[in-house]
Design a binder for this molecule. Structure first.
Ligand SMILES: C[S@@+](CC[C@H](N)C(=O)[O-])C[C@H]1O[C@@H](n2cnc3c(N)ncnc32)[C@H](O)[C@@H]1O
Length: 384
């Protein structure tokens, strides 16, 4: 038994997450992740064990966890990362013990007890969702196709966040536009969630540049009788789009500035809800120049790229605030499932306050770049 067991026993109530990787020959799985969850009022540890492109789930009661760990994990994984509420402990196997490095978490983590399996997986494996089979996310017996596991996690998380907002929504109708819908995993699932699960009159239009992809999506929608789910070939940066009342706009990894056009469209149409997960963001990175206190962040390519992406999303969030939205910037999904993992969740709640545009504008001026959403919003109103 190694030193990690004593640590786990002492800190079991603080564990937020554990990731076991780099298996030794004795390990049965290539990787294991562990999360505490509440199921029917009692604490369980939910394990995802990865092997041969499959994921095996196991729920353990709290008192079963340490014995399980001793038998199945201790000294069998070379790297173990335990995230606790206030610190993270990185264990590295050295002979018959683990070396450990402790670092304080910059922000205090919450033990995600409310994230039980029922809630985290609104679209359950095994649930009869034919469109997901058609799109290759589920097998014909509604099991997750391993190669599509990350996509499944993403759309589930997206729906979970949508559900948080709409579980108390009592309207009967909803109209949604999806910008850069691609193969439309999310679009189909949104339709399924609102039209089938919630029984609402749901109209969704997905826009994408790719004709063949759009045609295929329309065929699938027809095949399943999803009458008000349509896909249209469009360039969202310049084409005329649906012009009636819109309740919600979604984007999931719409490329570069397509996200800005979507946000601008939402603002212009007064859409109440926005759920936007931006994608690659080249615009600012290509233009930004040194200009002041932040110059050190622009010196190294990879840091510059990340800073530019974060700047872009900070500006987008501020512009949305200025245009009357309350904005949450949330981690959409664990980094391991997608590095493009920030979601801007916005709800129209207040009056426009264009004065708020001056802070991002000053930043743009100082560092010599333009940001599309800010420019579009400026065009649509008086100067900043
Ligand atoms: C990374 S894919 C994401 C697809 C889908 N939302 C998903 O998450 O699976 C981005 C999609 O945006 C589309 N796209 C990029 N620029 C666009 C534009 N200006 N107008 C419409 N679609 C666009 C691309 O064709 C591509 O299918």
């Amino acid at each position: 038994m190694s030193n990690i067991i004593t640590d786990l026993t002492e800190n079991i109530d603080n564990i937020v997450k554990a990731v076991l990787s780099q298996p030794t020959k004795e390990a049965e799985y290539t990787k294991i992740t562990v999360k505490p969850v509440m199921i029917k009022g009692s604490l369980r540890f939910q394990l995802e064990r990865f092997r041969d492109n499959k994921v095996y789930h196991l729920n353990l009661q709290k008192e079963q966890f340490i014995p399980w760990f001793e038998e199945n994990a201790d000294l069998k994984y070379k790297q173990i990362l335990i995230t606790e509420k206030e610190r993270s402990v990185h264990y590295h196997l050295k002979g018959i013990n683990y070396g450990k490095k402790v670092s304080e978490n910059k922000t205090k983590k919450e033990v995600p007890l409310s994230h039980n399996r029922e809630k985290a997986y609104i679209l359950k494996e095994g649930e009869n969702i034919p469109a997901l089979v058609e799109l290759g996310v589920f097998t014909s017996d509604f099991r997750i196709v391993k190669a599509k596991y990350d996509k499944y996690k993403q759309i589930n998380r997206f729906i979970e966040l949508v559900d948080d907002e709409f579980s108390k929504f009592d309207k009967k109708d909803i109209t949604i536009l999806d910008f850069g819908c691609g193969k439309s995993y999310l679009t189909f699932i949104l339709y399924y969630y609102f039209a089938v699960k919630r029984g609402m009159n749901t109209k969704i239009i997905g826009y994408d540049l790719k004709k063949d992809v759009v045609e295929n999506c329309n065929k699938i929608a027809e095949k399943y009788g999803y009458d008000n789910l349509k896909f249209v070939v469009s360039d969202v940066t310049k084409d005329n789009l649906y012009n009636e009342k819109i309740d919600m706009i979604v984007t999931l990894h719409a490329c570069d500035t397509a996200t800005d056009y979507a946000l601008n469209y939402a603002i212009g149409k007064g859409a109440k809800h926005i759920f936007s997960v931006p994608c690659c963001q080249h615009e600012v990175n290509k233009q930004i120049k040194k200009g002041g206190d932040m110059d050190i962040l622009l010196k190294y390519g990879i840091i510059k790229e990340r800073v530019s992406a974060l700047l872009t999303d900070s500006i987008r969030a501020t512009v949305l605030e200025a245009m009357g939205y309350t904005v949450d910037v949330i981690e959409f999904i664990d980094f391991e499932h997608s590095p493009k993992n920030i979601m801007l969740r916005a709800k129209k709640t207040k009056k426009i306050n264009r004065k708020l545009l001056s802070t991002p504008q000053e930043l743009c001026d100082k560092y010599s770049f333009k940001q599309t959403l800010l420019e579009l919003v400026k065009e649509s109103g008086e100067d900043v």
